[in-house]
Design a binder for this molecule. Structure first.
Ligand code: FES
Length: 185
């Protein structure tokens, strides 16, 4: 998803709106939970998912990683004071992820705060990094920037959903077996 969208669920007693930055998540209202999953990109974003991913034009360009669809970026281009957003894809399913560097080590996680999964740590301008912590811009949860564990805040003890990546010859690659390729936004 290139732009956030607003999703509103109305019940007899309640109306709940959330701003969606990710490709999937859930909205709760009146005791009802509605799960959604978007496929497609940009103007082609559609509404709530019924469990079928549906057709996707897969219109995004692959990363600038030459022939290897798992290459995400040059190691040097991965920020130490922020995050780089990419999408891990498996067929038509895409997961919005963030990549962060600490020295020569890299780590990646799903771009989703454990406190409120619809909230991305990186809303598009880079996640906040303070010292050795990533900080959620919404309620200030702090995450260890190596392990992704929340050390302070409303989701203390929870952890970011880790995505496996590795460095080879100065480039960062997606090595998580749940996905087949990486795409940059
Ligand atoms: S949504 Fe991240 S701390 Fe609340």
């Amino acid at each position: 998803m290139s732009d956030p969208v607003d999703v509103t669920v109305d019940t007899d007693d309640e109306s709940e709106s959330v701003r969606i930055h990710d490709d999937d998540g859930e909205v709760e209202a009146g005791g009802t939970t509605v799960r959604f999953s978007f496929s497609g990109t940009g103007d082609d974003d559609r509404g709530a998912d019924d469990g079928d991913d549906g057709p996707s034009p897969d219109s995004k360009e692959p990363t600038d990683g030459g022939d290897d669809p798992r290459r995400i970026a040059d190691l040097d281009s991965v920020p130490t004071d922020s995050t780089l957003v990419f999408e891990a894809r498996d067929g038509r399913r895409g997961v919005n992820c963030i990549l962060h560097r600490s020295g020569d080590a890299v780590a990646a996680w799903r771009n989703s705060c454990p406190h409120q999964p619809e909230v991305p740590l990186d809303p598009g301008r880079g996640a906040i990094v303070r010292g050795d912590r990533l900080v959620c811009h919404k309620h200030g949860a702090q995450f260890d920037r190596e392990g992704g564990v929340c050390t302070h805040g409303p989701c203390a003890g929870d952890a970011l959903d880790s995505i496996a990546v590795s460095v080879r010859d100065g480039d960062v690659y997606l090595t998580d077996e749940r996905f087949e390729r990486a795409e940059r936004r």
